[in-house]
Write a protein that binds this ligand. Sequence first.
Ligand SMILES: NC(=O)c1ccc[n+]([C@@H]2O[C@H](COP(=O)([O-])OP(=O)(O)OC[C@H]3O[C@@H](n4cnc5c(N)ncnc54)[C@H](O)[C@@H]3O)[C@@H](O)[C@H]2O)c1
Length: 324
Amino acid sequence: MYVVVTGGGGFLGSHLCDALLHRGDRVLCVDDFSTADPENTAHLRGHPGFTFVRADVTAAFDVPGPLDAVAHLASPASPPDYHRRPLETLAVGSRGTENALRLAVRHRARFVLASTSEVYGDPVVHPQREDYWGNVNPVGPRSVYDEAKRFAEALSMAYRRSLAANVGILRIFNTYGPRMRPHDGRVVSTFIRQALDGEPLTIYGDGSQTRSFCYVDDLVRGIIAMIDSDLSGPFNLGNPSERTVRELAELVRETTGSASGLEFRPLPVDDPARRRPVISRAQHELDWFPQVTIEEGLRNTVGWFRSRRGRSSAGRTARESVGC
Ligand SMILES: NC(=O)c1ccc[n+]([C@@H]2O[C@H](COP(=O)([O-])OP(=O)(O)OC[C@H]3O[C@@H](n4cnc5c(N)ncnc54)[C@H](O)[C@@H]3O)[C@@H](O)[C@H]2O)c1
């Protein structure tokens, strides 16, 4: 297959590029490096199946075909990134998604949208199934991301209904693993960095809010299963094993052997209290189920963070908070 991966220079996108190349596909990665660490794809330069195009997908773009699939992952994804780039986040969710959809339609290619559990907002239904419509504050600070993704879903479905585009939607829940940026403000990367630096682990609220954490290799298998299908979804992809943020902090302290303490701060606005996907739809229709335990995933991730210590602090952002 020949697959375009927008946002292919980022955390998930670079692992997706690796996995597609590994099974023999050709990959064209489009990224503007706005939140990417160039190191993520440095090992792919020179790979005969890999092409990199530095471009902003909010500007119309085309690539030589024939293409088989477009996986649209380009978007700021962590709260500090989308708070820092609110207009760009809305633009990539709207114009960027339409450009990626047009590219797929022009080439009669499969289109897969990387949407998010954030479309459920601060859910009043728990755990979250795909037929839950969510509880999103449309004017709150997180709305630039949540509503951009909700619009991207609506646009994708309109292309499917009106233009018979072969569109599929994935709602991705918190995913972690090697290549997360130490300063991206996500809870797993923040805790690991703080533990390794001997700093207190920052907990927002009392730490009783829950998240479910999926290891990146599991998630990428799910994206590839969706690329290979012609199902519309939406499908939740995530690990249904739910942990409190405080439990996660304890696990990170154990895995790193750190003596760091815990520091409690006020909860950010609209921070969801609970998050856990129901994944039976993806399980039945995509034959997908996460296999990596949090203990094993954290060991791999901590190992990678250790191996990178002292190297670049790419992606450092002004404000850090617990999130996505
Ligand atoms: N990682 C998660 O836990 C998670 C959870 C839910 C959804 N997602 C979705 O998965 C996708 C990838 O997330 P990630 O965690 O890898 O984030 P990331 O920030 O590491 O990757 C996003 C990539 O998109 C690129 N990008 C952003 N705007 C762009 C533009 N206008 N043109 C071209 N490239 C652009 C960035 O440079 C970056 O490489 C995102 O769409 C995100 O919303 C991720």
